[in-house]
Write a protein that binds this ligand. Structure first.
Ligand code: ADP
Ligand code: MG
Length: 310
C-alpha cells in the first residue's frame, strides 16, 4: 500500500546547526504514528516540513503522494495541523473560533460542517465560552475541531496532550482512534509512554536522528536491548525505593529504575534470581521477589538514547 506520509532522508540545518539529520519514515493510511524524543530533537521541525511550512535542506516529504515543498498548497488542503503552541483566538468563543477557521479554510457548507464537528467532539455545552476560559482539555478539543473542519486526510498533532489531565487525555485519544477508524492518518508527537503504546507504530528521534522505528511490540522484542551478557529482571519488595538503593550499591547491576511498586533492572547474566534475592536479604530486604522481565517502551527508548549519547 502507498504510504499516506513518506519522509525520505530529510536533513534540516539552521545555519551550522543540524536539527534533522537524515530522517526517514513511512506512515500507513488510517494508522496512528507516534513520534517521541527529548525536547529539541526536531519533532516540531519535522512536522513543519511535512506541512509544507518549512523547507528541508535536503530530502523529500510526500503527503498522499504530493511533494510537501513543491506542492505545498495542494498538501495544505489535504492536511490538518494542530500546533504545539496555542493557536486559537482567546477572545473568541468556541463557536466563533470554528467560524473563523472555517472561513480561513474556505470550508463549504460551513454551518453544517461546524454543527457536525460540535456534535462529534461533544463541545456543544461550551459553544459560547471564550477560548481563553476553557480548560486545557477542552481547548485542545476545540483546536482539534478547527483542524478537522476541512476534512483533512492526514492530521498532524504536535504534543496535543501536553499538560492536560488524564481524563481529558483519554477522551482526546478516543477521538483520535475514531478518526483513524474512519480512515484519517494521524501523526502525533508525545512524551507519554502510554500514548506511545496506543500508536500503531512509533519512532524515537534523538537530536535529529531516528533511533528506533516499529510497532510497540516489535520494539519491545528487539534482541539488542540487552547486551548478550545481560538480562532484565523485575524486583518487587516492601519498598521500591529501598530496593533501588540496595541494587545501586551492588555489583553486576547495570541499570535500575522504579516503576510504581516495582524496580526494573538490567543485571549480569550470571547473577541468578536466587542470588539476587539472597543479596537483597543481606541488605535488609527480606521479602523481595525477583523474576525475569520484558522491557517496556520506556526501557527501549532509554536504552537506545543512552547508547547514542550526544
Ligand atoms: P522538538 O519539537 O523536538 O522539541 P524542535 O523541532 O522544536 O524540537 O527543535 C529542534 C532544534 O532546532 C532545536 O534545537 C531548536 O532550537 C532548533 N530550531 C528550531 N527552529 C529553529 C529556527 N527557526 N532557527 C534556528 N533553530 C531552530
Ligand atoms: Mg516541539
Amino acid at each position: 500500500m502507498n504510504a499516506a506520509l513518506s519522509v525520505r532522508s530529510i536533513v534540516k540545518r539552521f545555519g551550522a546547526f543540524t536539527a534533522l539529520d537524515g530522517v526517514s519514515l513511512d506512515v500507513v493510511p488510517g494508522s496512528i504514528f507516534g513520534l517521541l524524543g527529548p525536547n529539541g530533537s526536531g519533532k516540531s521541525t519535522l512536522i513543519r516540513i511535512c506541512c509544507g511550512s518549512l523547507r528541508p535542506t535536503s530530502g523529500q516529504v510526500l503527503v498522499l503522494g504530493l511533494d510537501a515543498t513543491r506542492d505545498a498548497e495542494a498538501v495544505r488542503r489535504r492536511i490538518g495541523y494542530m500546533s504545539q503552541a496555542f493557536s486559537l483566538y482567546r477572545d473568541l468563543s468556541v463557536a466563533e473560533n470554528l467560524q473563523f477557521f472555517g472561513r480561513v479554510y474556505g470550508v463549504p457548507n460551513r454551518d453544517a460542517r461546524i454543527a457536525e464537528i460540535v456534535e462529534r467532539l461533544h463541545i456543544a455545552p461550551y459553544r459560547d465560552r471564550y477560548a481563553q476560559n476553557l480548560s486545557g482539555g477542552w481547548r485542545q478539543r476545540l483546536a482539534l475541531g478547527c483542524a478537522l473542519l476541512h476534512r483533512p486526510d492526514v492530521l498532524f498533532l504536535d504534543e496535543p496532550t501536553a499538560g492536560i489531565d488524564p481524563v481529558a487525555r483519554r477522551e482526546l485519544w478516543n477521538l483520535l482512534f475514531e478518526l483513524a477508524a474512519d480512515g484519517t492518518t494521524l501523526f502525533v508527537t508525545t512524551h507519554y509512554m502510554d500514548e506511545a503504546e496506543r500508536c500503531d507504530r512509533v519512532a524515537y528521534v534523538h537530536y535529529g536522528k531516528i533511533l528506533v522505528d516499529g510497532t510497540p511490540d516489535e520494539l519491545k522484542a528487539r534482541p539488542d536491548l540487552t547486551l548478550p551478557n545481560q538480562r532484565r529482571v523485575l524486583v518487587r519488595g516492601p519498598n521500591a525505593t529501598h530496593v533501588l538503593r540496595a541494587l545501586s550499591a551492588m555489583k553486576d547491576i547495570h541499570e535500575a529504575t522504579v516503576f510504581g511498586a516495582e524496580v526494573h533492572a538490567v543485571v549480569a547474566n550470571e547473577l541468578s534470581d536466587a542470588e539476587l534475592v539472597a543479596r537483597l536479604d543481606r541488605a535488609g530486604l527480606a521479602r523481595a521477589q525477583v523474576e525475569g522481565a520484558e522491557p517496556n517502551l520506556e526501557d527501549v527508548f532509554v536504552t537506545m538514547a543512552r547508547r547514542n549519547r550526544v
